[in-house]
Design a protein. Structure first.
Ligand code: ADP
Ligand code: MG
Length: 416
């Protein structure tokens, strides 16, 4: 029973998200310099990285790589306040992880049951969550495909903990962003690969750079031929070791908080997006090294360049933003969050129903995520819920969002 035990909650009560170390003075100019480079000598990369050379063709029939969006649900452990309100919690949410089922009790007799690709209880470790939700996506990025991991849910349910927690005091609590970068850096060879990162915030339909905050109106560009989406105006930091990703995420998080304090808003009102690009040069290209029969010579193989992208998205809180009573800036903010998350919802519905029109252009969020849903992309969604029956309404709408996303086939060609 999900709600019956409190033994796992000590880390939570003690504040596993406790204050992070003070920021190092990282600036725009040293982003491109030594702090993000070369702490690990290329020879430290294991030989196994060559296993990860790209396939020379990408085919939609590759088993296990493509398919529908995978969706996991994660229940946050109870916090101190919720533990104190113990009685109210009985039986509200019941997780059956072995059956990959979640039950939401409506009353004493009746419960709605939902199935997911993974059901992660309040006892699930960050490692377990990473392995269920992100690792398959990271592996396909290492194989040359684009991948996306998104966290969706009400504010306070653990989206940022799941994706962005740095775990500097306790490495076992590190979130998906740090773990993904660690896996990528372990698997590649820095002789043949480069890994670069941009960290963005999408707020009020503007793309802002979390690494260099002055850079706050970045355009989204789509390659007319390949359909690839990019943000060429964003700061790009080359990553060569794990410590530099932690520093970069810490810098971005501080800028996110600072920007939001200045605007008198909360980070839960913006989407945070970590965009990781991997570029591979070299390796054997099977097609270019075929034997030339007339001369009996082997043609020298041409170096190949292949690129793939991993996008990790900590979405704004999905709770209904009440427009009533809001004025001016607050009203505009409420509208834009409703706009981007509802555009995402509409695209997911349209894709799930194989509709002839997917309203990708309705918001910057969906424009940025366009290549997460089409072609050869692999996408995972984690929906986060809290244990309190007080948020029954928000919890059910989060669950329904996740259920609809499970119907999205990534192989569909997006029709706009
Ligand atoms: P969100 O980003 O969805 O608003 P947070 O990630 O900030 O939510 O989580 C809210 C609080 O709950 C934070 O203090 C966070 O550290 C804590 N928390 C969330 N999930 C967990 C978890 N699985 N284990 C321990 N603490 C958690
Ligand atoms: Mg958050």
């Amino acid at each position: 029973m999900a709600s019956s035990s409190s033994s796992s909650n000590s880390a939570f009560r003690n504040g596993s998200s406790s204050a992070q170390r003070p920021l190092k003075p990282l600036t725009a100019s040293n982003l491109k310099s030594s702090s993000f480079k070369s702490r690990v000598h290329p020879s430290h990369a294991p030989l196994s990285s060559f296993r990860r050379s790209y396939p020379s063709t990408l085919s939609a029939s590759d088993d296990g790589v493509l398919g529908r969006v995978r969706v996991a649900v994660r229940l946050r452990p109870r916090n101190a306040e919720e533990l104190a309100a113990d009685a109210d919690f009985a039986d509200y949410v019941e997780l059956q992880p072995e059956l990959k089922r979640l039950k939401l009790r409506k009353n004493n007799w009746d419960a709605d049951t939902y199935e997911f690709d993974d059901v992660l209880t309040e006892f699930a470790s960050q490692k377990r969550v990473y392995e269920a939700v992100a690792k398959p996506v990271v592996e396909s990025v290492l194989d040359g495909y684009n991948g996306t991991v998104m966290a969706y849910g009400q504010t306070g349910t653990g989206k940022t903990f799941t994706l962005g927690h740095l775990g500097e005091d306790d490495t076992s609590s590190r979130g998906i962003m740090v773990r993904a970068m660690e896996d990528i850096l372990t698997e590649i060879s820095l002789e043949t690969d480069s890994v670069s990162v941009s960290y963005l915030q999408l707020y009020m339909e503007a793309v802002q750079d979390l690494l260099v905050p002055a850079n706050n109106n970045i355009s989204i560009v789509e390659d007319p031929k390949t359909g690839d989406v990019s943000v060429p105006g964003a700061t790009v930091a080359e990553i060569r070791d794990q410590q530099s990703i932690v520093e970069l995420l810490r810098l971005g998080e501080a800028h996110r908080i600072a920007a939001n304090t200045k605007l008198n808003t909360e980070s839960s009102r913006s989407h945070a997006i970590l965009m990781v690009k991997r570029s591979f040069t070299g390796g054997e290209d099977a097609l270019s090294s075929e034997i030339d029969n007339s001369s009996h010579l082997v043609k020298p193989s041409k170096p190949i360049v292949r690129k793939s992208k991993l996008v990790l998205v900590d979405l704004a809180g999905s709770e209904r933003v009440h427009k009533s009573g809001s004025e001016g800036h607050m009203l505009e903010e409420a509208k834009s969050i409703n706009l981007s998350l509802s555009a995402l919802g509409k695209c997911i519905n349209a894709l799930a129903e194989n509709s002839s029109h997917v309203p990708i252009r309705d918001s910057k969020l969906t424009r940025l995520l366009k290549d997460s849903f089409g072609g050869t992309a692999r996408t995972s969604l984690i929906v986060t819920i809290g244990p309190s029956p007080r948020h029954r309404g928000e919890t059910s709408s989060t669950i329904l969002f996740g259920q609809r996303a499970m119907k999205v086939e990534n192989m569909l060609k997006i029709k706009e």
